[in-house]
Design a protein around this ligand. Structure first.
Ligand code: AMP
Length: 438
């Protein structure tokens, strides 16, 4: 037996349904906000991530899957999407193709060589958006709100939105000076990575996960105290725009995000519903001033976020499992004799093409065994056809949740089954107490 690669996982069963559901809702909502899909390669030149994400970030220094191809090029599996998307916008001059901003959404796998743990994989799915070329408080607020609404549409009730600003270049310069002054007094007691970070990129010390270093980091100066007036006003305006949309946020002076391209507003989403397992942030994003230019494009600003699909899916299964979101067929057809199987084989196909999810075993079994199989398949209804039903031109339809059973004439099968399913789903929705937002 060959096992899966450490830190990767197979997605099947209920998790696969959740995964698909999350991507579908995210794509639908992003489309409503005017975003269009983009697909970029998983493989990119390593230089792209060094330049965009930053050579001194943990992602680039320690976590990339980097290798030489047969022609000696250094390539990396994407550890995140923004760099590849901005590269594509620049390469394909998408900024010149129409009205700005260019609004794009994406979904697909990313790869980071991290220590696997709950909610942390080496291959994981992200959904996200980028809006490039028309900087505005409202565009930032719109992106923040879209991510929030996607999470909300999955049924989560308590979404904590943490917001901060990394300021403009002047704020960043002042802040870095303050960090260097503070950490210089402590760096002898800090890890070797932090000693390097102090020289190359002091802001990245704030990402350090070493527990002893974290204690020192807690006492470090906060970016909030170094924001220029413009940056502070901008942050306040984003907060107010979100308030108008009914979204409240927590200002979190410790939030810096682990990617170098961010400047200005940055944020993270955490699901804090009662009983939610701690999987870390489900998503995060920020504004970037210079990334497009650094990748060879014009001076255009952008904003974007990405959501971690595994984290959302695991929260959804933990909080909503048992709510009836089973991924079995609507109807499980049970032929109790060979003639019934032959007669209903084409009828089952007609029902499927009419939009009903129908499954059937291809052998005749006793009613008891077949009903057990229907429950195991997590079907909502069993459709039984034995000798009596066949003689009367009927089928017996059993609701597997309530046990209720009715006879339905064969020529009314489609309309009757469709009505029964609608009633079933209606009751389920009411039971789920408005979990579905749309
Ligand atoms: P980032 O690209 O670092 O801003 O991460 C955005 C989101 O992707 C995070 O909030 C997580 O939900 C998710 N994510 C990041 N790294 C991992 C990982 N190793 N495993 C699973 N999800 C991740």
């Amino acid at each position: 037996m060959v096992n899966q690669v450490k830190g990767t996982h197979d997605i099947y069963g209920l998790e696969a349904s959740e995964y698909g559901n999350i991507e579908l809702r995210a794509k639908l909502l992003a489309s409503l906000y005017g975003y269009r899909e983009i697909k970029t390669p998983v493989l990119e030149h390593t230089a792209l991530f060094k330049r965009a994400v930053g050579s001194s970030t943990d992602i680039v220094r320690k976590e990339m899957y980097t290798f030489e191809d047969k022609a000696g090029r250094s390539l990396s599996l994407r550890p995140e999407f923004t760099a590849g998307i901005v590269r594509s916008v620049v390469n394909n001059k998408l900024y010149a193709a129409g009205e700005l901003p260019v609004k794009l959404f994406y979904a697909g796998p990313c790869f980071r060589y991290e220590r696997p743990q709950a909610g942390r994989y080496r291959q994981f799915g992200q959904f996200g958006v980028e809006a490039i070329g028309a900087p505005s408080v409202y565009l930032d607020a719109e992106a923040i709100s879209l991510g929030y609404r996607i999470i909300e549409s999955l049924g989560f009730k308590k979404i904590v939105l943490r917001l901060n600003s990394l300021g403009d270049e002047a704020s960043r310069r002042d802040y870095e000076k303050a960090l260097v002054a503070y950490f210089s007094a402590h760096v002898d007691r800090m890890c070797s990575d932090c000693q390097l970070r102090l020289k190359s990129n002091p802001l990245r010390i704030l990402d350090c996960k070493d527990p002893d270093d974290r204690k020192i980091i807690q006492g470090a100066p906060k970016i909030m105290d170094y924001l220029s007036k413009e940056s502070a006003v901008y942050l306040k305006q984003v907060e107010l725009a979100l308030k108008d949309l009914g979204i409240t946020c927590e200002t979190d002076g410790d939030l810096v995000r682990g990617l170098d391209y961010y400047s200005g507003v940055v944020w993270e989403y955490v699901v804090a519903d009662e009983g939610a397992p701690d999987v870390g942030a489900v998503g995060g994003g920020g504004h970037y001033d210079r990334l497009v230019e650094e990748l060879g494009g014009p001076a255009l600003e952008g904003v974007g976020f990405s959501l971690g699909i595994e984290r959302l899916a695991s929260l959804s299964s933990a909080l909503f499992a048992g709510d009836g979101l089973e991924n079995g067929p609507d109807f499980y057809f049970i032929p109790l004799l060979q003639e019934a199987l032959e007669r209903y084989f084409p009828i089952v196909e007609k029902l499927r093409l009419a939009g009903l999810v129908v499954d059937m075993p291809f052998k005749v079994r006793s009613p008891g065994t077949a009903l057990k199989a229907a429950s195991k398949a997590k079907a909502k209804f069993a459709v039984l056809v034995g000798p009596d039903e066949l003689a009367r031109g009927e089928a017996s339809v059993k609701n597997l949740r309530t046990g209720e059973q009715v006879s339905v004439p064969e020529d009314e099968l489609l309309s009757s089954l469709a009505k029964m399913l609608e009633k079933y789903l209606d009751e389920l929705c009411r039971k789920m107490d408005g979990k579905d937002a749309f």
